[in-house]
Design a protein around this ligand. Structure first.
Ligand SMILES: Nc1ncnc2c1ncn2[C@@H]1O[C@H](COP(=O)(O)OP(=O)(O)OP(=O)(O)O)[C@@H](O)[C@H]1O
Length: 261
């Protein structure tokens, strides 16, 4: 896993990325990079295009134009399947299987065949331990609490030790203790395994926990920077205040442009 990060390439590189859904252009000519081995937060209000961008990164979004390279390959390339883990907002965990059975099921899809049985067993055991569900490994997923349930989805994404983890609002609905524990896990994955994490949230205080931020609004990227640099640049105390400052700045620039036409 460390090789890609060590080579110093961007984990994700977008240039002129545009995505159309239905009749609407949802992402407009995006250009950004996501560095390897770090946590990049994708933040912005509901409906700004975060999930669409994540779907495009993992290759499940149709009608994307421009360039989008993921771990050095075009997004959605077959070889990325085991290198990218993805947790959606609507996780696909089977409630009538135990935690371990769920993981075994997905591990068998990812790494099939009898010869891989031992490796699969190790990956499953490790993924369950990573999300701190070892004590619940034999519980039916349907009997778990909301927080435990979302950690099963995360464990599925961790199978096979992916180099890039794309997590769509992983902490939504979790209590503060679980949120903190999950963020600690995200940091450990980046620091100890060199994983790259792209994590969306519309909770601005989570921004402070990221190494870098992509701030989005209405399908555009308002800023691509570190939390510190954003606060310094805008003279704001918090990332939330910095975001609001950038929104106002963009609105003023837009009005000026319109007037000069
Ligand atoms: N299937 C679709 N057809 C047309 N437009 C869509 C479709 N799905 C989403 N959209 C639109 O695309 C825009 C971006 O949606 P997206 O789900 O990416 O936003 P988001 O930032 O992830 O929102 P949230 O934080 O609420 O999940 C929204 O305006 C939404 O209405």
């Amino acid at each position: 896993m460390m090789n890609y990060a060590a080579a110093g390439h961007a984990a994700i590189r977008a240039d002129d990325l545009t995505v159309v859904r239905g009749r609407r252009t949802v992402l407009h000519h995006l250009r950004f990079t996501v560095p390897p081995g770090q946590i990049t937060g994708l933040l912005g209000p509901s409906g700004c295009g975060k999930s669409t961008l994540m779907r495009t990164v993992v290759g499940t979004q149709a009608r994307a134009t421009g360039t989008l390279d993921v771990l050095g390959r075009p997004a959605g390339h077959a070889t990325l399947r085991s290198r990218v883990g993805y947790v959606t907002q609507a996780p696909s965990v089977y409630d009538d299987l135990t935690v371990r059975q769920n993981l075994e099921y997905f591990a068998a899809i990812l790494d099939p065949g009898r010869a891989a049985a031992e490796r699969r067993h190790d990956h499953v055991t490790r993924a369950i331990a990573d999300v701190d569900l070892t004590r619940h490994a034999d519980a039916l997923a349907g009997t778990l609490s909301g927080g435990q349930h979302s950690r099963v989805s995360l464990a599925v994404a961790l199978l096979g030790a992916p180099e890039l983890l794309v997590l769509d609002e992983p902490t939504v609905g979790l209590d503060p203790v679980l949120r903190r524990d999950l963020w600690n896990l995200f940091h450990a994955l980046a620091a100890d395994r060199g994983a790259t994490l792209l994590i969306s949230s519309h909770v601005m205080d989570e921004a402070e926990r990221c190494h870098r931020l992509l701030l989005m609004r209405e399908g555009e990227i308002l800023a691509d920077d570190t939390p510190d640099a954003l606060r310094t640049r805008t003279g704001a105390d918090t990332v939330e205040a910095a975001f609001l400052h950038l929104v106002d700045e963009a609105a003023t620039a837009h009005r000026t442009q319109e007037q000069n036409r």
